[in-house]
Design a protein around this ligand. Structure first.
Ligand code: SF4
Ligand code: SF4
Length: 86
């Protein structure tokens, strides 16, 4: 399931640099995650990096974008053709 940045975001920008899928960008009132690019960090890491670095725990699982691990890996492969998942 993709993650979503919730209301607590203070727009510090720490998460953006951590996302190797380039799924995070600055929105109008907070940073935002593109669910088409978020793999929960599957493909690179075992756990979501944005959630780990966020000082206010704003990135949370998005129940509107539920996906299996295999679906997340397929998404990762589409984003990184030719690379091998870790
Ligand atoms: S969970 Fe990983 S892939 Fe998804 S937005 Fe956060 S850092 Fe990017
Ligand atoms: S690290 Fe947390 S507070 Fe900072 S921009 Fe990302 S979601 Fe917002």
């Amino acid at each position: 399931m993709a993650l979503k940045i919730t209301d607590g975001c203070i727009s510090c920008g720490a998460c953006e640099a951590e996302c190797k899928n380039h799924a995070i960008s600055e929105g109008e009132n907070s940073y935002i995650i593109d669910p088409n690019k978020c793999t929960e960090c599957i493909g690179y890491y075992d756990s979501p990096k944005c959630a780990e670095v966020c000082p206010v725990e704003a990135p949370k699982p998005d129940p509107d974008h539920t996906e299996t691990r295999d679906q997340l890996l397929d998404k990762w492969r589409r984003l990184h053709p030719g690379e091998v998942p870790k």
